[in-house]
Design a protein around this ligand. Structure first.
Ligand code: ZN
Length: 233
C-alpha cells in the first residue's frame, strides 16, 4: 500500500478496471494517457468522465487518485500505418496480426510512462495488457513486459515494476473483476462511460455499453459481458 503507481489509462474498459484495481492497492495513483492520432479520439474524450465517476463513487479512491497526464504522441501516428491511426478497414495482415496493431506501441507507452513515473516518484506502472483475449499483439505478452520491466529498472537505476492485473483473464473475468472491486456501481461506470469500439461509435447503447457491436473490440466486449451476465448477474 505504500507504493505509488502510474496507471496507463485510455478510457476503455480494461484500463478503467486496472485503475480501480490500483486505487484499492496503492497509497497514491496517477494516470497517463497517450494522444497519438487515433482515428477516433472518443476514448480520450471518455477519460475525464470516467475519472470523475470514480472519484464520486468512493471517497477513498478520490483521496488516492492524483494527477492525470496526457502525452502528445502524434509522432506514433505519423510513423505507423495501421487501421487505428489511418482511415482504413480493419483486416488481418500477412503473419496473422490484425492491422489494428501499432508496432511496438506498448513498448513506447510504457517507456514514456516510466519517464513520467520517475519524475513523479512513482515506482509501479499498471497496464491492461492481456494475453488471453486479444489478437496476439506480441507487445502485450507477459514475457515482453517482464523483459521491459528489467530494461526499465536497469535503465533508470531504480525499481520500476510493471503490473498487469488482466494478463491471464478473459473479458468475462474482467467484468467480474470490476464488480469485485467496486460492486454494481463500478460495473455501471464501465458500461456507461468507458469506450472500447474501434470505430468510435457511441450512438447506440447496448447492455454492455456503447459501440458499433461488430468490430473486433465490440465483439470481445459483448461476448465477455454475455458470459459475465450468464454466470449469475
Ligand atoms: Zn465497435
Amino acid at each position: 500500500m505504500n507504493h505509488k503507481a502510474l496507471v496507463l489509462f485510455s478510457g476503455g474498459q480494461d484500463s478503467t478496471t486496472c485503475l480501480a484495481w490500483a486505487l484499492q492497492r496503492y497509497a497514491h495513483v496517477e494516470t497517463i494517457g497517450f494522444d497519438y492520432g487515433q482515428r477516433h479520439a472518443v476514448e480520450m474524450a471518455c477519460r475525464p468522465t470516467v475519472l470523475a465517476a470514480l472519484r464520486a463513487q468512493d471517497p477513498g479512491w478520490a483521496a488516492r487518485l492524483g494527477a492525470d497526464h496526457v502525452l502528445d504522441l502524434s509522432l506514433l501516428g505519423q510513423i505507423s500505418d495501421t487501421a487505428l491511426t489511418q482511415d482504413k478497414a480493419i483486416e488481418l495482415q500477412q503473419g496473422g496480426l490484425p492491422n489494428t496493431f501499432v508496432p511496438g506501441r506498448n513498448l513506447l507507452f510504457l517507456t514514456f510512462a516510466a519517464t513520467v513515473a520517475y519524475r513523479r516518484g512513482l515506482t509501479v506502472l499498471v497496464g491492461g495488457m492481456c494475453e488471453t483475449d486479444y489478437s496476439g499483439y506480441p507487445d502485450c505478452r507477459d514475457n515482453t513486459l517482464k523483459a521491459l520491466q528489467v530494461a526499465l529498472s536497469l535503465g533508470l537505476a531504480g525499481p520500476m515494476v510493471i503490473e498487469t492485473p488482466l494478463m491471464w483473464l478473459d473479458k468475462a473475468a474482467t467484468w467480474a473483476m470490476a464488480e469485485a472491486l467496486g460492486g454494481d456501481a463500478l460495473v455501471e461506470i464501465v458500461r456507461e462511460h468507458t469506450h472500447t469500439c474501434y470505430l468510435g461509435e457511441r450512438k447506440q447503447r447496448h447492455a454492455w455499453g456503447y459501440g458499433c457491436g461488430h468490430c473486433p473490440a465490440c465483439e470481445l466486449r459483448r461476448a465477455g459481458h454475455d458470459r459475465y451476465v450468464a454466470a449469475g448477474r
